[in-house]
Design a protein around this ligand. Structure first.
Ligand code: SF4
Length: 309
C-alpha cells in the first residue's frame, strides 16, 4: 500500500461554456415558467446534472409527442433536426433552444454545403444526438456520408471533380479526427472543411491537458457519464498518452480503492458536462483515505469563453 499519493489535476476540465449555458437556460425557465419544464433529451450527458434538474422540476423526454400541448420545451445542447423543431411548433410548445452555439456553427456550415449542391462528409457517430441533429438540418439532402473510421472513408464513392465538403462532430478525438481528415484530403484533394476546428475549444483543451497529465500516471480517473462523448475521449487520450490504466467514473463511489491503494501517481480530469463539485469530492476521498496527498495542477490553457443566454 502506497500511503503517499501524487494527484496530477488536469486543467481545463469540467463544464464548458455550452454546458453552462444549457443548464442556466433550464434553471431560468424553471424560475420563469414554473414546473414542469420539459427537456427533449438529456440537456447534457451527465447523470448528476440530470438528477439535480429533475429534482428542481425538469422532465426529460425523448419524443416531442410525450409533451402536453402548449408546454415549455428546451432542446438539449446537442441540437435537434428541423423535424423536431416543426413537431414542437405544431404542438404549440414554447421553445427554448439550448443548442450549443458551436454546434449551431456546424449546422450552418452543412446547410451552406447543401446550398452549393456539394457532396457532404460528416465525421462522427451516426447514432449520437449531435449528428442526428446536424443531419436533420438538411433532411431531404441525399449527397451525404457519415464516417467514423478509415473503412467508412474507403467505401465512399464520389465522382471525381465533384465539390466535397466535410464537417465533424464537436466532441471527437482531436488526433484521430486529424488522421481521418488527412485520409479524406488524400482521397478528395478538392475537399473543403475546417481541419479539426469543428472540434470545439473545450474538447480540444481538455484532451491537451489530459495528454500532458497522463504520462507516468499509474491510473487516470475521468469524471463523466458513460454516454458523454467528450468524456469517453478523455479516457482514451489518457491511455494513449501514457497512463497505465484509465477509468470513466460518474463519481467517487465508482472507484476501486483496492486498485488505488497500490498506485502512486493518479491523474484526474472531468468531461465538459461534469460538475466541479464531483472533482472536489473525489479529492476529499483521497485525503480521507491516505496519509499524504500532493496535488499538482497541470494547466495548459485558461478558458474565458462565455455564451449569452
Ligand atoms: S463540448 Fe463544445 S460543442 Fe459541446 S457544449 Fe461544450 S463547448 Fe459546446
Amino acid at each position: 500500500m502506497e500511503q503517499e499519493k501524487t494527484i496530477l489535476l488536469a486543467s481545463p476540465r469540467g463544464f464548458c461554456a455550452g454546458v453552462q449555458r444549457a443548464i442556466n437556460l433550464v434553471e431560468n425557465a424553471l424560475q420563469q415558467y414554473g414546473t414542469p419544464i420539459y427537456v427533449r433529451h438529456e440537456i447534457v450527458h451527465n447523470k448528476h446534472v440530470i438528477e439535480n434538474l429533475k429534482q428542481k422540476g425538469a422532465v426529460f423526454v425523448e419524443n416531442i409527442e410525450d409533451i402536453p400541448p402548449h408546454s415549455v420545451v428546451i432542446f438539449s445542447a446537442h441540437g435537434v433536426g428541423k423535424d423536431v423543431e416543426s413537431e414542437a411548433q405544431e404542438r404549440g410548445l414554447t421553445i427554448i433552444d439550448a443548442t450549443c452555439p458551436l454546434v449551431e456553427k456546424v449546422h450552418r456550415q452543412i446547410q451552406q454545403y447543401a446550398i452549393q449542391n456539394m457532396e457532404i462528409i460528416v465525421i462522427g457517430k451516426a447514432s449520437h444526438p449531435e449528428i442526428i441533429g446536424t443531419l436533420g438540418q438538411i433532411p431531404q439532402y441525399k449527397k451525404i456520408h457519415v464516417v467514423q473510421n478509415k473503412d467508412d472513408i474507403e467505401k465512399i464513392s464520389i465522382t471525381p471533380d465533384t465539390a466535397v465538403g466535410f464537417v465533424t462532430q464537436t466532441t471527437l478525438s482531436v488526433d484521430d479526427t486529424a488522421e481521418l481528415i488527412t485520409l479524406l484530403k488524400e482521397k478528395f484533394p478538392q475537399i473543403k472543411g475546417l481541419q479539426t476546428k469543428d472540434i470545439c475549444y473545450a474538447t480540444t483543451n481538455r484532451q491537451k491537458a489530459v495528454k500532458q497529465a497522463s504520462n507516468g500516471c499509474d491510473i487516470f480517473l475521468v469524471i463523466g457519464s458513460k454516454n458523454s462523448s467528450n468524456s469517453k475521449q478523455l479516457k482514451e487520450v489518457a491511455l494513449k498518452s501514457g497512463a497505465k490504466e484509465a477509468f470513466l467514473i460518474d463519481d467517487a463511489s465508482e472507484i476501486d480503492w483496492q486498485k488505488i491503494d497500490f498506485c502512486k501517481t493518479i491523474g484526474i480530469s472531468a468531461g465538459a458536462s461534469a460538475p466541479e463539485h464531483l472533482v472536489t469530492e473525489l479529492i476529499k476521498n483521497f485525503q480521507s483515505r491516505y496519509h499524504k496527498i500532493n496535488i499538482r495542477n497541470i494547466i495548459i490553457a485558461e478558458e474565458k469563453v462565455n455564451f449569452k443566454f
